[in-house]
Design a protein around this ligand. Structure first.
Ligand code: FAD
Length: 476
């Protein structure tokens, strides 16, 4: 069993160089996940000089750790949006997801990308009586929008709805191919190039790595959790949810499913040389259940199969379950963002690429207002702002308490230094996340130091392997 995402086994050895000089570019895309790479792909034919940088290897972020369903049946999102806003907004979100799905499928077909795309039936199911009525309304709403929806009652669940026109794929094969296509169109990509500071000077931005500068007119922030805070107030506009996933050799089945509400169980199948069942469970806000080894063990016990791959992943949950895509400042079309995908970022990352490339090319996009990052949320969402703020504060407090838990005999935290003995070697790091000062919790399963506030991660040597932290925690 390996503690890594099943998709990473297919990562091609197609690394490109890191930035090695100061450069100037028309547009800088920060982050090469599904958002950044798809945006670069959409702009491949433009005459603009476009550069994409990634602090790691392109495609190896959150996207490479998802379950990779390409799906518009997302729990009961249309009921939620219709209830809190109105039916028109729910319909617009529905259309946006259908367009995003078509965008991915069309790219795969047009570019003949081998990414194990499969058309599958998707279910949302429940065993909770209260949820049945909500799912029945969700079915009616989807039918009103033109979707063909079936309903089920069987021995395994009290009630389920399903649609036939959804997909699954292998995200790393998809992103590796997009990267190669973009390079053929002479778009610049630099890997292992982390942006640590952005400064606005007159009408230009200067983006700094630890050694070089990139001067640019426009920036697309596509780095999942934005690594700067102001003026975007991410901690009150979102919270982070984590989940644990495994892949075990299993007979292929042509469906995917998810529970309608928490506790979430999500299943899909994957066939390549072998076929696998991919099982997701143990979801919670990032600062809950801090003992990762326990969480992995309980996941494995729940599925009761021998997993080949086990991993965890996290995503941003927004106030109204609609992503933040577009201009960060209403009067400034030069700094754009795509984030807050509510665990549906394969479709929403693809949607972001459509909106962001339209804004860059001065074209109208009918979803720009829906996803406007500066939208003022409906009053019904007021308590969610407080909830998010609470999650952040509790995360900070729990990190301070959690660091003192004696879960593993090979780990000591003393005077702010985390010391781990692994394979007869001693590793020392500063036990504080450089992002916002939360204490780090050791994850014995994956041998990383993880931040329970905003999900930054560091390896045993203290190298930051996942943001939003911009810095390492090496102890000298
Ligand atoms: C458990 C789980 C399961 C999921 N399953 C699904 C699913 O089945 N279907 C679905 O639609 N969605 C799913 N999602 C959601 C989806 O995976 C994400 O929303 C989406 O992949 C995010 O894409 P991204 O491009 O924003 O981020 P990423 O893929 O993380 O890309 C961001 C990139 O930015 C880089 N970066 C970060 N900071 C910097 C910096 N300072 N400088 C330069 N580069 C930087 C990173 O290295 C990374 O490569 C799931 C999420 C979770 C948590």
């Amino acid at each position: 069993m390996e503690y890594k995402s099943i998709w990473l086994k297919d990562k091609k050895n197609n690394q490109v160089k890191e930035l090695n000089k100061n450069i100037k570019t028309d547009i800088l895309i920060i982050g090469g996940g599904i958002t950044g790479l798809s945006t670069l792909y959409n702009l491949r034919n433009s005459n603009l000089d476009i550069t994409l940088v990634d602090s790691n290897l392109v495609g190896c972020g959150v996207t490479s750790k998802s379950t990779a369903k390409i799906n518009y049946l997302q729990e009961h999102i249309y009921y939620d949006i219709a209830f809190k806003y109105d039916l028109d907004k729910a319909k617009l979100y529905y259309d946006s997801q259908i367009d995003a799905i078509n965008n991915i499928v069309n790219i795969i077909r047009k570019e003949k990308i081998d990414s194990n795309l499969e058309k599958v039936k998707s279910y949302v199911y429940t065993n909770d009586d209260k949820e049945i009525d909500i799912l029945k309304i969700e079915k009616q709403i989807l039918e009103k929008f033109g979707s063909k929806v079936n309903e089920y009652i069987n021995n395994n669940c009290k009630y389920a709805i399903s649609v036939n026109d959804t997909y699954t794929f292998n995200p790393i094969k998809y992103l590796d191919s997009l990267k190669e296509i973009c390079l053929k169109y002479h778009k610049n990509i630099y890997e292992n190039t982390k942006i640590i500071k952005i400064k606005k000077v007159n009408n230009e931005y200067i983006c700094y790595t630890d050694k070089y500068q990139i001067k640019t007119n426009k920036i697309v922030i596509a780095c999942h959790y934005p690594f700067f805070l102001l003026p975007f107030f991410m901690p009150i506009k979102s919270h982070i949810e984590k989940s644990y996933i495994l892949a075990s050799i299993n007979k292929y089945q042509n469906y995917s499913c998810i529970t309608s509400k928490k506790p979430t169980i999500s299943i899909r199948y994957y066939k390549d040389k072998d076929s696998y069942k991919i099982f997701l469970s143990n979801s919670s806000i990032i600062c809950n259940k801090l003992n990762d080894l326990n969480n992995f063990n309980s996941l494995i016990k729940k599925d009761n199969n021998n997993p080949s791959y086990v991993w965890k992943n996290d995503d941003l949950i927004t106030i109204d379950k609609i992503p933040y895509i577009g201009k960060i400042n209403k009067n400034n079309p030069n700094m754009l963002i795509g984030t807050g995908y509510n665990t549906w970022g394969i479709t929403n990352g693809s949607l972001a690429s459509l909106i962001l490339s339209d804004i860059i090319l001065n074209k109208e996009n009918k979803y720009e207002e829906l996803c406007n990052p500066l939208r003022s949320n409906n009053i019904k969402y007021l308590k969610d702002y407080f909830y998010n703020l609470g999650c952040n504060l509790i995360g900070y407090i729990k990190s301070k308490i959690g660091k003192n838990k004696k879960w593993y005999s090979n780990v000591i935290i003393k005077n702010g230094i985390g010391i781990v003995k692994d394979n007869n070697k001693i590793y020392k790091v500063y036990n504080k996340c450089p992002h916002m000062g939360c204490s780090l919790i050791y994850n014995e399963a994956e041998k990383t130091w993880d931040c329970p506030c905003h999900a930054s991660r560091f390896n045993l040597e203290g190298k930051c392997i996942k943001g939003p932290s911009k810095y390492n925690i090496k102890y000298k």
